[in-house]
Design a protein around this ligand. Structure first.
Ligand code: ADP
Ligand code: MG
Length: 299
């Protein structure tokens, strides 16, 4: 490819709302065979909302925790998390008029949840894997409920106080309006489409089903996202990875071409070859088509 023709393509990409970090990536993009999509903020809008908060039977409570107090304390902890789910919890607490407090202690468990001390109580907030790690066994008694949330494409979040399960919450994140269209366009071009997410299997499956993705890899930690991309490459695929989060950064670097959502975290953008200024998924198809067209012109 001549430098001139690449520059022209980079300009065209900008008109589509795609910032190209380096011209070489355009050449690689013309050869992509598999598109790997992160779920939260990539397939979904990344504007999660807390839809359910169920306080479990009082007999399991070490202390009497009411709903408002629980929400206030969880939201107070989540103020220290950068996860998109955290903002859903904080927003709900503030909408309910709750005044957040400063936790005495906070720990982030990447890809699992958070723990910390609020008003002298030890909170653990996160997925089943965090509950398992902390030996909070009773989460299993909520499995039916959590699977039901999963079927509704909601993310279930467990809350334990002083190592006793006290509540389960659900967070819904609407699917992007053009996701189904964009994904069927990818498939009709012969591309394989894979969803890769740290969220649980049931929720991931429900979202994938809505947008026509058949291949779902769920429950993956950030390093595992990268390992999955490498596995696909070793199987002969040329991989485009699309993501927005801190947890997508290593996978974006390892992919043959990385696409970051423009409203994503800085580290995702720095790790990617392309930055999508629009949140529409269709722009990925436009970029791949542009890459193909520009390589044809060059030959
Ligand atoms: P994703 O690929 O969906 O962005 P992550 O790897 O960031 O997922 O997180 C995986 C799971 O860990 C989330 O679906 C959620 O269940 C749990 N989790 C992570 N961070 C938090 C948090 N701050 N509060 C509650 N749960 C969290
Ligand atoms: Mg994400």
């Amino acid at each position: 490819a001549t430098p001139m023709s690449i520059m022209v393509s980079v300009g065209r990409a900008a008109q589509l709302g795609v910032l190209v970090r380096n011209g070489e990536a355009l050449q690689t993009a013309s050869k992509v065979t598999t598109v790997v999509l992160d779920k939260t903020g990539t397939v979904t809008q990344g504007t999660p909302e807390l839809t359910d908060l169920i306080v479990l039977g009082e007999k399991t409570l070490a202390t009497t925790v009411n709903k408002a107090e629980l929400l206030r304390n969880v939201a107070s902890l989540e103020q220290h998390s950068e996860h998109p789910l955290a903002s859903a919890i904080i927003t709900k607490a503030k909408t309910d008029g709750l005044v957040l407090v400063e936790p005495e202690q906070f720990t982030n468990h990447q890809g699992k949840g958070i723990t910390g001390l609020v008003n002298g109580l030890q909170y653990s907030v996160g997925n089943a894997s965090l509950m398992q790690q902390l030996h909070i066994g009773e989460w299993q008694s909520c499995e039916t409920l959590s699977e039901e949330f999963g079927r509704q494409a909601k993310t279930p979040i467990f809350v334990a106080v002083d190592k006793q399960l006290v509540a389960i919450m659900a967070i819904a994140d609407p699917i992007k309006t053009d996701a189904l269209e964009a994904i069927s366009a990818m498939k009709s071009k012969g591309l394989k489409v894979v969803m890769l997410t740290g969220d649980n299997q049931a929720t991931a499956d429900a979202v994938a089903h809505k947008v026509g993705i058949d291949s779902v890899i769920a429950n993956v930690l950030p390093e595992q996202k990268q390992a999955k991309v490498i596995e696909l490459q070793q199987a002969g695929e040329v991989v485009a990875m699309v993501g927005d989060g801190i947890n997508d950064a290593p996978a974006l670097v390892s992919a043959d071409v990385g696409f970051a959502m423009g409203q994503g975290t800085d580290i995702a953008i720095e790790s990617a070859d392309f930055t999508l200024l629009s949140s529409r998924l269709m722009v990925i198809n436009d970029s791949l088509a542009l890459a193909k067209a520009s390589m044809r012109n060059i030959k």
